[in-house]
Design a protein around this ligand. Sequence first.
Ligand SMILES: CC(C)(COP(=O)(O)OP(=O)(O)OC[C@H]1O[C@@H](n2cnc3c(N)ncnc32)[C@H](O)[C@@H]1OP(=O)(O)O)[C@@H](O)C(=O)NCCC(=O)NCCS
Length: 202
Amino acid sequence: MESTYFKRFRMDTDLSAARCVRPLLPGYRFVAWNDSLLDVHARTKHRSFRAEIDARVFPCLGNLEGCRRLMREIQGKPGFLPEATWLVAWGHAPEDLQWCATIQGIVDKSCGGSIQNVGVVPEHRGRGLGTCLIDQALAGFQRHGLRRASLEVTADNWRAVRLYQRIGFHRTKTVYKVVDAPLQELVVPEACLPSSSFAAIS
Ligand SMILES: CC(C)(COP(=O)(O)OP(=O)(O)OC[C@H]1O[C@@H](n2cnc3c(N)ncnc32)[C@H](O)[C@@H]1OP(=O)(O)O)[C@@H](O)C(=O)NCCC(=O)NCCS
Protein backbone atom coordinates (compact mmCIF):
# COMPACT_ATOMS: atom_id res chain seq x y z
CA MET A 1 0.00 0.00 0.00
CA GLU A 2 1.21 3.52 -0.78
CA SER A 3 2.02 5.82 2.11
CA THR A 4 1.83 9.60 2.44
CA TYR A 5 4.11 11.51 4.78
CA PHE A 6 2.86 14.63 6.52
CA LYS A 7 5.47 16.95 7.99
CA ARG A 8 4.54 18.15 11.47
CA PHE A 9 6.13 20.56 13.90
CA ARG A 10 6.37 20.00 17.60
CA MET A 11 6.11 23.41 19.31
CA ASP A 12 6.71 24.43 22.94
CA THR A 13 6.11 27.46 25.09
CA ASP A 14 7.33 28.47 28.53
CA LEU A 15 4.68 28.90 31.21
CA SER A 16 6.87 30.16 34.04
CA ALA A 17 6.01 33.85 33.44
CA ALA A 18 2.58 35.35 34.10
CA ARG A 19 0.34 35.48 31.01
CA CYS A 20 -2.97 37.17 30.39
CA VAL A 21 -6.07 35.60 28.91
CA ARG A 22 -7.28 37.91 26.17
CA PRO A 23 -11.02 38.61 26.47
CA LEU A 24 -13.50 37.13 24.03
CA LEU A 25 -15.43 39.49 21.76
CA PRO A 26 -18.88 40.47 23.10
CA GLY A 27 -21.46 37.69 22.76
CA TYR A 28 -18.97 34.85 23.16
CA ARG A 29 -18.29 33.01 26.44
CA PHE A 30 -16.10 30.18 27.70
CA VAL A 31 -17.83 27.01 28.88
CA ALA A 32 -15.88 24.83 31.32
CA TRP A 33 -15.61 21.07 30.96
CA ASN A 34 -18.09 18.68 32.48
CA ASP A 35 -18.68 15.08 31.43
CA SER A 36 -22.06 15.83 29.86
CA LEU A 37 -20.29 18.06 27.29
CA LEU A 38 -18.24 15.27 25.72
CA ASP A 39 -20.54 15.02 22.72
CA VAL A 40 -20.61 18.81 22.26
CA HIS A 41 -16.80 18.79 22.12
CA ALA A 42 -16.92 15.92 19.60
CA ARG A 43 -19.44 17.67 17.35
CA THR A 44 -17.59 21.00 17.52
CA LYS A 45 -14.31 19.22 16.78
CA HIS A 46 -15.88 17.49 13.79
CA ARG A 47 -17.28 20.73 12.35
CA SER A 48 -13.91 22.45 12.88
CA PHE A 49 -11.74 19.75 11.29
CA ARG A 50 -13.81 17.86 8.73
CA ALA A 51 -12.76 20.00 5.73
CA GLU A 52 -9.20 20.66 6.91
CA ILE A 53 -5.81 19.10 6.24
CA ASP A 54 -5.74 17.42 9.66
CA ALA A 55 -8.73 15.28 8.66
CA ARG A 56 -6.34 13.74 6.11
CA VAL A 57 -3.53 13.38 8.59
CA PHE A 58 -5.85 11.94 11.27
CA PRO A 59 -8.82 10.49 9.40
CA CYS A 60 -10.82 10.15 12.62
CA LEU A 61 -11.17 13.96 12.63
CA GLY A 62 -13.11 13.74 9.38
CA ASN A 63 -16.09 11.87 10.81
CA LEU A 64 -18.29 12.37 13.84
CA GLU A 65 -17.87 8.87 15.25
CA GLY A 66 -14.10 9.26 15.02
CA CYS A 67 -14.30 12.56 16.92
CA ARG A 68 -16.48 10.94 19.61
CA ARG A 69 -13.98 8.11 19.99
CA LEU A 70 -11.12 10.60 20.17
CA MET A 71 -12.90 12.62 22.86
CA ARG A 72 -13.52 9.46 24.91
CA GLU A 73 -9.81 8.59 24.58
CA ILE A 74 -8.75 12.08 25.67
CA GLN A 75 -11.17 12.09 28.61
CA GLY A 76 -9.92 8.65 29.66
CA LYS A 77 -6.23 9.58 29.70
CA PRO A 78 -4.68 9.69 33.19
CA GLY A 79 -3.44 13.25 32.53
CA PHE A 80 -6.73 14.63 31.24
CA LEU A 81 -7.02 18.18 32.61
CA PRO A 82 -10.52 19.69 32.78
CA GLU A 83 -9.00 23.11 33.62
CA ALA A 84 -7.35 23.15 30.17
CA THR A 85 -10.43 21.84 28.34
CA TRP A 86 -12.93 24.43 27.14
CA LEU A 87 -15.65 25.27 24.68
CA VAL A 88 -16.61 28.68 23.33
CA ALA A 89 -20.32 29.34 22.93
CA TRP A 90 -22.20 32.21 21.35
CA GLY A 91 -25.64 33.20 22.65
CA HIS A 92 -27.56 32.02 25.72
CA ALA A 93 -31.12 31.21 24.67
CA PRO A 94 -31.49 27.67 23.29
CA GLU A 95 -32.68 29.04 19.94
CA ASP A 96 -29.57 31.28 19.64
CA LEU A 97 -26.93 28.99 21.11
CA GLN A 98 -24.00 28.15 18.82
CA TRP A 99 -21.02 26.02 19.79
CA CYS A 100 -18.09 27.77 18.17
CA ALA A 101 -14.77 26.31 19.33
CA THR A 102 -13.16 23.54 21.37
CA ILE A 103 -9.83 22.74 23.02
CA GLN A 104 -8.59 19.94 25.25
CA GLY A 105 -5.50 19.73 27.45
CA ILE A 106 -3.70 16.88 29.17
CA VAL A 107 -0.64 16.59 31.41
CA ASP A 108 1.94 14.55 29.49
CA LYS A 109 4.41 11.99 30.84
CA SER A 110 7.09 14.64 31.36
CA CYS A 111 4.67 16.78 33.42
CA GLY A 112 4.17 19.38 30.70
CA GLY A 113 0.85 20.60 29.38
CA SER A 114 -0.12 19.12 26.04
CA ILE A 115 -2.73 20.80 23.89
CA GLN A 116 -4.74 18.21 22.02
CA ASN A 117 -6.99 19.63 19.30
CA VAL A 118 -7.91 23.29 19.05
CA GLY A 119 -10.67 23.88 16.54
CA VAL A 120 -12.88 26.81 15.62
CA VAL A 121 -15.87 26.21 13.34
CA PRO A 122 -15.43 27.99 9.97
CA GLU A 123 -18.10 30.67 10.43
CA HIS A 124 -16.51 31.96 13.67
CA ARG A 125 -12.87 32.11 12.57
CA GLY A 126 -10.78 35.30 12.50
CA ARG A 127 -12.48 36.71 15.61
CA GLY A 128 -9.80 35.78 18.10
CA LEU A 129 -11.48 32.60 19.40
CA GLY A 130 -8.48 30.40 18.64
CA THR A 131 -6.14 32.85 20.39
CA CYS A 132 -8.39 33.22 23.45
CA LEU A 133 -8.98 29.46 23.74
CA ILE A 134 -5.26 28.72 23.76
CA ASP A 135 -4.71 31.48 26.35
CA GLN A 136 -7.43 29.88 28.45
CA ALA A 137 -5.93 26.37 28.19
CA LEU A 138 -2.44 27.70 29.02
CA ALA A 139 -3.88 29.47 32.07
CA GLY A 140 -5.36 26.13 33.15
CA PHE A 141 -1.95 24.48 32.82
CA GLN A 142 -0.41 27.29 34.89
CA ARG A 143 -3.03 26.95 37.64
CA HIS A 144 -2.10 23.28 37.73
CA GLY A 145 1.56 24.27 38.34
CA LEU A 146 2.92 23.27 34.91
CA ARG A 147 5.95 25.18 33.58
CA ARG A 148 5.83 24.22 29.91
CA ALA A 149 3.24 23.45 27.24
CA SER A 150 3.54 21.77 23.86
CA LEU A 151 1.52 20.84 20.82
CA GLU A 152 1.96 19.37 17.35
CA VAL A 153 0.82 21.00 14.14
CA THR A 154 0.87 19.95 10.50
CA ALA A 155 3.48 22.11 8.72
CA ASP A 156 1.11 22.99 5.85
CA ASN A 157 -1.48 24.31 8.31
CA TRP A 158 0.02 27.80 8.03
CA ARG A 159 -2.91 29.51 9.77
CA ALA A 160 -2.42 27.40 12.89
CA VAL A 161 1.40 27.64 12.77
CA ARG A 162 1.19 31.45 12.56
CA LEU A 163 -1.31 31.54 15.43
CA TYR A 164 0.90 29.43 17.69
CA GLN A 165 3.99 31.52 16.87
CA ARG A 166 2.10 34.71 17.64
CA ILE A 167 1.09 33.30 21.04
CA GLY A 168 4.73 32.42 21.84
CA PHE A 169 5.21 28.80 20.77
CA HIS A 170 8.57 27.88 19.22
CA ARG A 171 9.39 24.94 16.96
CA THR A 172 11.43 22.29 18.75
CA LYS A 173 11.21 19.25 16.53
CA THR A 174 10.04 18.03 13.12
CA VAL A 175 8.26 14.71 12.84
CA TYR A 176 6.60 12.90 9.96
CA LYS A 177 3.19 11.30 10.29
CA VAL A 178 2.83 8.34 7.97
CA VAL A 179 -0.63 7.67 6.60
CA ASP A 180 -0.96 4.36 4.81
CA ALA A 181 -3.01 5.50 1.85
CA PRO A 182 -2.30 7.57 -1.24
CA LEU A 183 -3.21 11.23 -0.86
CA GLN A 184 -6.32 11.11 -3.03
CA GLU A 185 -7.86 8.36 -0.88
CA LEU A 186 -7.33 10.07 2.44
CA VAL A 187 -10.77 11.65 2.48
CA VAL A 188 -12.23 8.21 3.34
CA PRO A 189 -13.12 8.25 7.06
CA GLU A 190 -11.13 5.60 8.91
CA ALA A 191 -10.06 4.92 12.45
CA CYS A 192 -7.13 6.86 13.91
CA LEU A 193 -3.75 5.43 13.12
CA PRO A 194 -1.70 4.23 16.08
CA SER A 195 0.83 6.71 17.44
CA SER A 196 3.63 4.28 16.51
CA SER A 197 3.23 5.44 12.93
CA PHE A 198 5.12 8.64 13.83
CA ALA A 199 8.65 8.67 12.52
CA ALA A 200 10.88 11.17 14.34
CA ILE A 201 13.31 12.77 11.90
CA SER A 202 15.17 15.35 13.98
C1 LIG B 1 -6.34 27.47 13.34
C2 LIG B 1 -7.64 27.95 13.96
C3 LIG B 1 -7.85 27.25 15.29
C4 LIG B 1 -7.56 29.47 14.18
O1 LIG B 1 -8.74 29.89 14.84
P1 LIG B 1 -9.25 31.42 14.78
O2 LIG B 1 -10.32 31.57 15.76
O3 LIG B 1 -9.54 31.78 13.37
O4 LIG B 1 -7.94 32.18 15.28
P2 LIG B 1 -7.81 33.71 15.65
O5 LIG B 1 -9.02 34.48 15.21
O6 LIG B 1 -7.44 33.80 17.07
O7 LIG B 1 -6.56 34.12 14.79
C5 LIG B 1 -6.65 33.99 13.37
C6 LIG B 1 -6.43 35.34 12.73
O8 LIG B 1 -7.52 36.20 13.03
C7 LIG B 1 -7.01 37.43 13.54
N1 LIG B 1 -7.91 37.93 14.60
C8 LIG B 1 -7.78 37.74 15.90
N2 LIG B 1 -8.77 38.38 16.56
C9 LIG B 1 -9.53 38.95 15.61
C10 LIG B 1 -10.71 39.72 15.66
N3 LIG B 1 -11.28 40.04 16.83
N4 LIG B 1 -11.26 40.11 14.49
C11 LIG B 1 -10.67 39.78 13.31
N5 LIG B 1 -9.54 39.04 13.21
C12 LIG B 1 -8.99 38.66 14.35
C13 LIG B 1 -5.69 37.09 14.13
O9 LIG B 1 -4.84 38.21 14.12
C14 LIG B 1 -5.20 35.99 13.23
O10 LIG B 1 -4.54 36.55 12.14
P3 LIG B 1 -3.33 35.78 11.43
O11 LIG B 1 -3.94 34.59 10.71
O12 LIG B 1 -2.77 36.78 10.51
O13 LIG B 1 -2.39 35.32 12.50
C15 LIG B 1 -8.83 27.69 13.00
O14 LIG B 1 -8.51 28.19 11.73
C16 LIG B 1 -9.22 26.24 12.88
O15 LIG B 1 -10.00 25.73 13.69
N6 LIG B 1 -8.71 25.53 11.85
C17 LIG B 1 -9.10 24.14 11.58
C18 LIG B 1 -8.68 23.20 12.68
C19 LIG B 1 -7.18 23.26 12.86
O16 LIG B 1 -6.43 23.15 11.91
N7 LIG B 1 -6.76 23.43 14.10
C20 LIG B 1 -5.35 23.48 14.47
C21 LIG B 1 -4.85 22.10 14.69
S1 LIG B 1 -3.13 22.09 15.13
